[in-house]
Design a protein around this ligand. Structure first.
Ligand code: UDP
Length: 238
C-alpha cells in the first residue's frame, strides 16, 4: 500500500460529472465509468464519502430560474442533487458497492436524513456515504457542502473532481501559455485570485486546514492516484 494513501476522503462530484458529453441529465456510460473508478478505490479499503452536485439537472442561478425567488430555485437545485444521489447509489449497487444516501433535507420515504454519527459508522463499515441536498440551505453550493461534510467526517482531504485536470495559472481554454500548478498553498490561491471552489467552501477548508486536490474525473485512474497522494491534478495545501 502506498505510504501516502488516504484512509478517509471526501469526494466532491459535480452534477456535470454525470452528464458526460450530453448537455444535461445523466449519461449512462459516464456514470458507469465513474462508479467503476469509485468501486476500485473502495476495494482498496479507502473510506469514501461523496457530495454530489446537481448542476446537470438544475442550478439555482440558471437562466431557467431567472425571475424565480432565489431560495425557491435553490431548493429545486438541492432536490436535483437528491436525484443524482439516487442514480449514483443505484449505479454503485451494480458494481456491488454498498452505498447509503443521507439528505440534508428531509424526504423520509426516499432517503434517510443526515445524521453525523450514523454517517461515520457507515464509513467505518466500509460503506460509501453519499451526501445529498448540499448543506440543506439556500444561498450555498455543494462545494460548501463538501467542505462542511469533509470537516464533519474528519476526512483527510477534499477531492474535487472537475472537467479540468487541476488548477491553471490562467484559463487553459483561452490562454495556451497557461500552466498547471502541481501544488499551491491556500494563501497563494488567494493572492493569485485563482478559482478553486466558491469563497465559502474555500474559507472553510482553509480554516479547518483541510487540503483540497482538484483533478479530472475524465482521466482514467486519476481518482486512485489522487487517493494515493500521487502528483495528480493540483494539491491545495495549508
Ligand atoms: N444548492 C443550495 N444549497 C446547497 C447546495 C446546493 O441551494 O447547500 C442549490 C443551488 O441552487 C445550486 C444547486 O443546488 O445551484 C446545485 O448545486 P451545485 O451548483 O453546487 O452543483 P454542481 O455545480 O456541483 O453540479
Amino acid at each position: 500500500m502506498p505510504a501516502q494513501r488516504h484512509k478517509r476522503v471526501l469526494l466532491k462530484l459535480s452534477g456535470e460529472a454525470l452528464m458526460g458529453e450530453d448537455s444535461y441529465g445523466i449519461n449512462r456510460s459516464t456514470i458507469v465509468r465513474m462508479t467503476e473508478e469509485v468501486s476500485s478505490v473502495v476495494r482498496l479499503g479507502v473510506q469514501l464519502a461523496i457530495v454530489i452536485g446537481g448542476g446537470n439537472i438544475f442550478r439555482g442561478v440558471a437562466p431557467g430560474a431567472q425571475g424565480m425567488d432565489r431560495a425557491t430555485a435553490d431548493y429545486m437545485g438541492m432536490m436535483a442533487t437528491v436525484m443524482n444521489a439516487l442514480a449514483l447509489q443505484d449505479a454503485l449497487k451494480h458494481q456491488k458497492v454498498d452505498a447509503r444516501v443521507q439528505s440534508a433535507l428531509k424526504i423520509e420515504q426516499v432517503v434517510e436524513p443526515y445524521i453525523r454519527p450514523k454517517a461515520l459508522r457507515y464509513l467505518e463499515e466500509s460503506k460509501v456515504v453519499i451526501f445529498a441536498a448540499g448543506t440543506g440551505n439556500p444561498f450555498f453550493t455543494t462545494d460548501t457542502a463538501a467542505a462542511l461534510r469533509g470537516a464533519e467526517m474528519g476526512a483527510e482531504i477534499v477531492l474535487k473532481a472537475t472537467k479540468v485536470d487541476g488548477i491553471y495559472s490562467a484559463d487553459p481554454n483561452k490562454d495556451p501559455s497557461a500552466t498547471r500548478y502541481s501544488r499551491i498553498s491556500f494563501d497563494e490561491v488567494i493572492a493569485r485570485r485563482l478559482e478553486v471552489m466558491d469563497a465559502t467552501a474555500f474559507a472553510l477548508c482553509r480554516d479547518q486546514k483541510l487540503p483540497i486536490r482538484v483533478f479530472s474525473i475524465n482521466k482514467h485512474g486519476a481518482l486512485q492516484r489522487a487517493i494515493d497522494g500521487e502528483d495528480e491534478g493540483t494539491l491545495v495545501h495549508v
